[in-house]
Design a protein. Structure first.
Length: 256
């Protein structure tokens, strides 16, 4: 299976090392990791991890909650995205869950990421929370059939998933799907078409049941896989294969 979204440069490993964490994940069946950038100041951290490990790819972007009052510099994004281990832009998107972040900057930066994605022919990793209509409106306006991406750590209702799927996008399910109160998300996970589904840990956050309360690591991806497979009535191995080939299709530059 492939962890389509993790923050390997931010794992909380205590005494352990990243090498150990990756070793344990591989032993649990994870064969590739997409390490996600969250801002430009630290953009080299995921890239450095990817440089050190052949089975790690990286992305470049600014998370909606990491903006300053300045728009990110598109030339800096272009420059970083030219690195051979960078396979996607993001995470970008909109997060209105907390009110103290300026939506004007979030929207302008999201639009910029989608424009750059088109220009550079890279897929986009989108974080969306509490901003369904604005996220879809910008995707409609800025993305196109040959510049799609994934709504990562999806937690919204089916109608949003359906709208994104209609535009050719992918949906990625995190460990939230295992949470007791997440029945609506389990229903979404059961309905996403087989060829548009991805799985992720979003580690170090959102450890799945039965690891809740611990810091998350990619080695817990099987808990996500098993839960989604159960919802869909397929064997975990089958789902691992399906989601891995979806990953390969969406991120063709990843060296799998
Ligand atoms: Zn993330």
């Amino acid at each position: 299976m492939i962890d389509s979204h993790c923050h390997l440069d931010r794992l909380e490993l205590g005494e352990g090392s990243l090498d150990d964490s990756l070793y344990q994940a591989r032993a649990a069946g994870v064969r590739h990791f997409l390490c996600i950038g969250v801002n430009l100041d630290t953009a080299m951290d995921p890239i450095a991890v990817a440089e050190q490990h052949p089975d790690v790819s990286a992305s470049v972007g600014v998370h909606p909650l990491y903006h300053t009052d300045q728009l990110p510099d598109p030339n800096k994004i272009r420059e970083l995205a030219a690195h051979p281990k960078v396979v996607a832009l993001g995470e970008t998107g909109l997060d209105y869950f907390k009110q103290d972040n300026d939506p004007t900057i979030q929207k302008a930066a999201f639009e910029m990421h989608l424009d750059l994605a088109k220009e550079l022919s890279l897929p986009t990793i989108v974080h969306t929370r509490g901003a369904v209509e604005d996220t879809l409106a910008i995707m409609r306006e800025r993305a196109c059939a040959d510049a799609v991406g994934v709504l990562h750590c999806f937690t919204e209702a089916w109608h949003m998933a359906e709208a994104a799927l209609d535009m050719g996008w992918y949906i990625s399910i995190s460990g939230i799907v295992t949470f007791r109160n997440a029945q609506a998300l389990r229903d979404v996970a059961a309905r996403v078409p087989t060829d548009r589904l991805l799985i992720e840990t979003d580690s170090p956050w959102l450890a799945p049941v039965p690891h809740r309360g611990q810091s998350n690591e990619p080695k817990y991806l099987p808990a996500v896989l098993d839960c989604v497979a159960q919802q869909r009535g397929v064997l975990p191995g089958e789902l691992a294969q399906q989601t891995s080939s979806n990953f390969a299709r969406l991120f063709p530059q990843a060296q799998l």
